[in-house]
Structures are given as structure tokens and as C-alpha cells.
Design a protein around this ligand. Structure first.
Ligand SMILES: [Zn+2]
Length: 129
């Protein structure tokens, strides 16, 4: 009976391979490619990793775009003006939704942009040029 209980206990928890904390199964996301159909990392660790990744990518991309903008200032402003006029509603809608969803991260990004002395970042694909 003890063994049986122990077994059940084991099945209800899993150790996260990132933070090494034993957690309830509901704290792991599903993953069909794993034997137990759960991710190796707990939800908290995955969220944390995603956030870091997003922020690092943002930093990298911002630097790239800044350099590009400085090298092609006139072209950029002209293009952006044109783009904005054509897609005003779409852009406004996107910013509104995006801001509500990612308030925290946007504020953090703004701080970083301030540090780099960027007033505004144009979210355009470089391939568009
Ligand atoms: Zn974890």
C-alpha cells in the first residue's frame, strides 16, 4: 500500500530539468514528442526563457535597425511616411492591441531605446527596401 501511494505521488509530480524543482504535473505544458507527454521544463522556466529570448532578440534587432536607419535616413523617412499613410488604421490597431498585451515588455524596451538614444523605432522589414 505504501508503495502504491508512493507511485501515485511520483506520477503527480515531475522534476523540472531547468530549475530542478519538483512540481505538480499541471505546472508543465504538454509536449507530444516526450515520453510522458510533458515538457522537460516547467511553465515558469519556459516563460522565463521566452521572455529573455524575446528581449535579447529585440536588443539585437533594434541595434541593426538603428544602424540601418542612420545609414539610410532619407530613404527611410520617405518610405515610412508613405507606409504609414497607406496603413494608418492597421498600424493604430496593431499598436493598441500590442500595447495592451505586452505592456510590461514594451516599457522595458522603451527604457532600452532611451539608453541607445532612439526616439522611435520603425517596425519595418529590411527586405522592403
Ligand atoms: Zn522549472
Amino acid at each position: 500500500m505504501k508503495f502504491y501511494l508512493g507511485n501515485i505521488m511520483m506520477k503527480k509530480t515531475k522534476i523540472c530539468t531547468k530549475c530542478h524543482i519538483k512540481k505538480k504535473l499541471c505546472e508543465f505544458s504538454k509536449c507530444n514528442s516526450n515520453k510522458d507527454r510533458l515538457q522537460c521544463w516547467c511553465k515558469k522556466c519556459i516563460n522565463e526563457a521566452n521572455r529573455k529570448n524575446y528581449y535579447n532578440n529585440f536588443k539585437k534587432r533594434t541595434k541593426q535597425i538603428k544602424e540601418y536607419q542612420e545609414q539610410n535616413k532619407e530613404k527611410f523617412i520617405k518610405y515610412y511616411k508613405n507606409y504609414r499613410e497607406k496603413n494608418r488604421d492597421k498600424i493604430n490597431k496593431f499598436h493598441k492591441e500590442n500595447y495592451q498585451k505586452n505592456k510590461k515588455i514594451i516599457l522595458k524596451n522603451k527604457k532600452y531605446m532611451k539608453k541607445l538614444n532612439i526616439k522611435r523605432i520603425y517596425y519595418l522589414k529590411l527586405e522592403n527596401f
